[in-house]
Every structure is written in C-alpha cells, then in structure tokens.
Design a binder for this molecule. Structure first.
Ligand code: AMP
Ligand code: MN
Ligand code: MN
Ligand code: MN
Length: 289
C-alpha cells in the first residue's frame, strides 16, 4: 500500500511545524508521497522540496485556497500546481492582503469584547508575517487563558456568530479553480463534510465545481468520520470526481489525525493520483489498487 497524504500545513500558513520539520515528520511516519498545501501561500514549497529530497519523500506542490460560495467559506486544494504561475501568485497575494484587513477587524471585535492587544498577540504566532489567520488568534487566546485549547477558543470566540468572527469575502470558486488549472494543477474540494450546507446545496456545489473544471473530492480526510468517507465516496462517483486523501495535519496536538495515518479510500473510488503516470511508475504496481 502506498502511503500518500495530500493535505498538510506548515508555518507558512497556520501549521505548527516548519516546512522542513513537516516533511521530516511525514518521512518518519512512513509517508511516501506528501502534498504541502498551505492556506493561500506557496512560499514553503521550495523549502519543503529540499527536505523531501533529503528524506526520500515524493513532494507534490500544493496550496489550499479560501473561497466564498453562497455565504459559505470553502477550501479548494490545488495539487501539482506550478508555484511560478503568475495568475496563481497574483490571486494568492490578493487573498493574503485581504486576510491582513480581516485580522484588524477580528482584533477590533475582540477589543470591544474586552480582549485587547490580540493583533500583536496573534502576529507573534504567525510564522509568515504575510499570512495571518484565525488559528494564530486562537493560539494567542489560549496563551492568555481565555479557554484551555484552540478548539474551545473557536467555539467561544472565532466561529460564525461569535464575538471575534468577522464576515469575510474570499475569492470566487471560479477564480480559485481557474488559477489552479491554469497553473497545470488539479482542483480538489477539501473536507466537504465540514460545510454546513443541505444535501441540495451540496449537489449544486459539486455540479458547479465539476462544471468549472474541478477534478476531485477529498473523501478521506482528518475531520471526516468513517460514515462520511462512505457518503463522499458516493458523491465522488455520482459527480464523476476523482477521490483524494489528506490528513489536513496542522501540527502536534492540533490535529484530528497525525500525518500519513489515514485509512485507504473506500472501494470503488478513483484515486486522484491514478492519472499521475510519472508517480505511479516510480512506485509499485499496487499504487492503482
Ligand atoms: P482562517 O482561514 O483564517 O479563517 O482559518 C481557518 C483555519 O482555522 C482552519 O484551516 C483550521 O486550521 C482552523 N480552524 C477552523 N475551525 C477550527 C476549529 N473548530 N478548531 C480548531 N481549528 C480550527
Ligand atoms: Mn488551517
Ligand atoms: Mn481547510
Ligand atoms: Mn487545510
């Protein structure tokens, strides 16, 4: 069995490990093929690649793009993207600067709720000064004792409807998919089980995603239950999408699953890597099973 993990984060976004340490951990857990997919930034890929060469890991260039669709935030993972593609780089730059503006809004809201200094505090947790996210705020709020862990902070302060939540307009699904495709990459709908949408909306979303050139659905991922593996395997089949596997690892103590510790895709899925002939050729014939 090929150990493949196509969704992970480093300190270039909101992961806890540097790109080098992330790759090292993946190697030590037996991962053979790893995609580093930082939120809205590809600045860690060159560093990850150097480490991947040292550790004998096959690195896939990835990214996870923040999208707004019908009042929901969605995440689209791009795999095998070209990190030098100008439209992709420009698009990600726009998202990062909008994150900076949102961070000021989050800090202002928290300030009104009696929590001062959170922008400076969160910035200390951001490994990349150009990429600030809610996870950095969450870590600072844990440090200040507003709750015992990051998950509880999200529940109390950072989820929609809570005092530190700021409505934000990310980029469109069409833009994200086109930047990924124009750079030669594959667009994957990340963790579909996490979106609070009805079955009808899920069907609309997947139809639209497919229409725009989206190619795969993340069926097995850290936040999905085994029931959700089966549900999204059926959706993938129905909408003629490839299936992907990724832990969405963010670092020790902050993830549902360790890197590379996921079950296999359910029977009947078409693995997204099946079409990557260079990769399948360099691993055993069992890759396609
Ligand atoms: P952002 O893109 O800045 O809105 O932050 C989204 C990130 O916050 C996700 O990728 C996770 O890393 C983290 N996150 C979101 N919800 C939770 C949660 N309930 N518990 C822990 N981390 C979360
Ligand atoms: Mn994250
Ligand atoms: Mn995500
Ligand atoms: Mn992720």
């Amino acid at each position: 069995m090929l150990n493949i993990d196509l969704h992970s984060h480093s300190t270039v976004s909101d992961g806890l490990l540097s790109p080098e340490d992330l790759v090292q951990r993946a190697a030590s857990r037996g991962v053979q093929v790893l995609a580093v997919t930082d939120h809205d930034d590809i600045g860690g890929l060159a560093r990850a690649r150097q480490a991947a060469i040292r550790h004998g890991v096959h690195l896939i260039n990835g990214v996870e793009i923040s999208v707004s669709w019908s009042s929901q935030t969605l995440h689209i993972v791009g795999l095998r993207i070209d990190p030098k593609s100008p439209p992709l780089l420009q698009g990600l730059e726009v998202i990062r600067s909008s994150r900076a503006a949102r961070a000021q809004g989050i800090a202002a809201d928290l300030d009104k709720s009696g929590i001062p200094g959170s922008l400076a505090g969160a910035s200390r947790y951001a490994g990349n000064p150009n990429l600030i996210g809610r996870a950095h705020f969450a870590r600072y709020l844990v440090e200040r004792g507003y709750a015992g862990d990051v998950k509880s902070i999200f529940r109390k302060y950072l989820n929609r409807g809570k005092p530190g939540y700021v409505e934000h307009r990310w980029v469109t699904l069409a833009d994200a998919v086109s930047w990924i495709r124009n750079s030669g990459g594959i667009a994957v709908m990340a963790h579909p089980g996490r979106y609070s949408i009805s079955t009808v909306q899920m069907r609309q979303l997947l139809a639209e995603f497919r229409e725009l050139g989206g190619a795969a659905l993340e069926v097995v991922t850290g936040s999905h239950t085994p029931e959700q593996y089966a549900i999204f395997a059926r959706y993938a089949k129905q909408f003629d999408l490839f299936a992907s596997v990724g832990s969405d690892y963010h670092g020790p103590g902050e993830s549902y699953r360790d890197i590379g510790q996921l079950p296999e895709l359910p029977e009947g899925c078409q693995p997204v890597w099946q079409q990557w002939s260079d990769l399948t050729a360099s691993f055993s014939a069992r890759v396609n099973t």
